[in-house]
Design a protein around this ligand. Structure first.
Ligand SMILES: O=C(O)CCC(=O)C(=O)O
Ligand SMILES: [Fe+2]
Length: 245
């Protein structure tokens, strides 16, 4: 068989069923159709029945551990909030990472089972709402996974003057790792419509996302003084940077 057509595909990296998007920022991994449309419909009706904070704009509900930014660890004073039944099948099977102390046997076992995330956040974005450009704190968290549900919405990645839009399509699972996680910010503009590359203007609808976070084992060594809370702390740079978590 002529391998020509598969050539590009061969160069894409794969990560537990996700493939790396052939764009900059590097390190963005993707899987379409993480769940079926029927499953999504059921979930949206569950989400609508949850007890959300009573205010406008983006709303969030948290499950699992709460992170304490003064001790840079899990807050022992806030009990683990158990994952609800509907959440269990939505957890990506991600092998335990960044745990250098594991034996290879333990590592193999966790590759099969997967280490559950330490925190899961369900967010609701009413049409027109967004999230400011930020990096999720490097010191606290490892890679970040996000499942998108409901209306498609553009996310903007930024590095200096560079801007790259990624369409967060419903039922897709995205993993931010490497550059996309550490050296570019991400955010969703507050606006009623998204301009698409083909010239169409797409009205925003209701969007939900589930973000999955694993506490980082060991310190972040990326050294990015602009975006890394660890590098800034080590460098004695006090000023808080733009970080929502
Ligand atoms: O809604 C999303 O898909 C991502 C939200 C986000 O960036 C965050 O919660 O840190
Ligand atoms: Fe984020």
């Amino acid at each position: 068989m002529d391998n020509h057509e598969n050539h590009d595909h061969d160069n894409l990296h794969c990560l537990f069923g996700l493939h790396e998007l052939p764009i900059e920022p590097h390190g963005l991994f993707w899987q379409d159709d993480f769940i079926t449309p029927e499953h999504e419909t059921q979930l949206l009706s569950i989400f609508r029945s949850l007890d959300w904070p009573d205010r406008s704009g983006r709303l969030a509900l948290h499950y699992g551990y709460t992170f304490d930014y003064t001790t840079f660890g899990v807050d022992p004073n806030v009990p683990f909030i158990p994952f609800p039944e509907w959440l269990i099948p939505l957890i990506p099977k991600v092998p335990q990472h960044n745990d250098k102390n594991q034996t290879s046997q333990a590592s193999q076992a966790s590759q099969e089972v997967g280490r559950p995330p330490d925190q899961v956040c369900l967010q609701y974005y009413p049409p027109g709402s967004g999230i400011p450009p930020h990096v999720d704190a490097h010191g606290a968290w490892d890679e970040l996974y996000a499942l998108s549900l409901g209306a498609p919405t553009l996310m903007e990645f930024r590095q200096g003057e560079r801007r790259v839009e990624v369409d967060l399509t419903p039922r897709s699972l995205m993993c931010m790792s490497g550059d996309s996680r550490l050296h570019w910010t991400h955010g969703i503009k507050k606006r009623k419509t998204d301009p698409l590359p083909d010239g169409r203007v797409r009205p925003r609808g209701e969007r939900w996302s589930l973000t999955y976070r694993w506490v980082r084992r060991g310190e972040c060594e990326c050294g990015d003084l602009a975006l890394c809370d660890v590098a800034r702390r080590r460098g004695g740079i006090e000023k808080e940077m733009r970080s929502v978590k």
